[in-house]
Design a binder for this molecule. Structure first.
Ligand code: GDP
Length: 143
């Protein structure tokens, strides 16, 4: 079904600060079902491809370095209107501009080390979930 899934990544900074539990508690409290989840470490090539859209930006090399610096948690989240509602829950890319109570306001360290990723469209959510999870790793309420 369209519009029911999004892909989140709890980024390396939030993992080393031991924020997996607090972040997932907020995800569940906001009504998301965790349909798939694992610890994962990006290879350089995988991180470069994941952020390929930012290849020309000055922060690209630093972002790839950061995303490969340690393990991440990747999870497929489900809820009606998942992409939009999750972007609201995590807040603005720059935590200094994020609303009070959002995940990035609470757990981000900087615009780069901003705690979590959330898919930015239904189309990208499908692509990103397909990249990380096989059918047999998904426990969906919708598929
Ligand atoms: P998102 O969709 O909110 O994650 O934001 P973007 O797709 O624009 O950027 C992807 C990721 O690149 C962000 O989540 C940050 O980790 C990082 N990033 C974005 N903008 C900047 C920036 O201006 N400087 C740095 N150092 N990192 C950035």
């Amino acid at each position: 079904m369209k519009g029911t899934k999004t892909l989140t990544i709890i980024k390396p900074g939030a993992i080393s600060n031991e924020y997996i539990g607090p972040i997932l508690a907020r995800v569940n409290s906001a009504g998301f079902h965790i349909a798939a989840m694992k610890l994962f470490k990006f290879t350089r090539t995988q991180a470069e491809n994941f952020y390929a859209i930012h290849r020309e930006r000055p922060f690209y090399a630093s972002l790839v370095e950061f995303m490969t610096s340690g393990p991440v948690v990747v999870a497929m989240l489900e809820k009606e209107n998942a992409v939009e509602d999750y972007r609201k829950l995590i807040g603005a890319t720059d935590p200094s501009k994020a609303e009070e109570g959002t995940i990035r306001k609470l757990y981000a360290e900087s615009i780069e080390r901003n705690a979590v990723h959330g898919s930015d469209s239904n189309e990208n959510a499908e692509i990103e979930c397909d990249f990380f999870f096989a059918k047999c790793e998904r426990f969906s309420n919708f598929e």
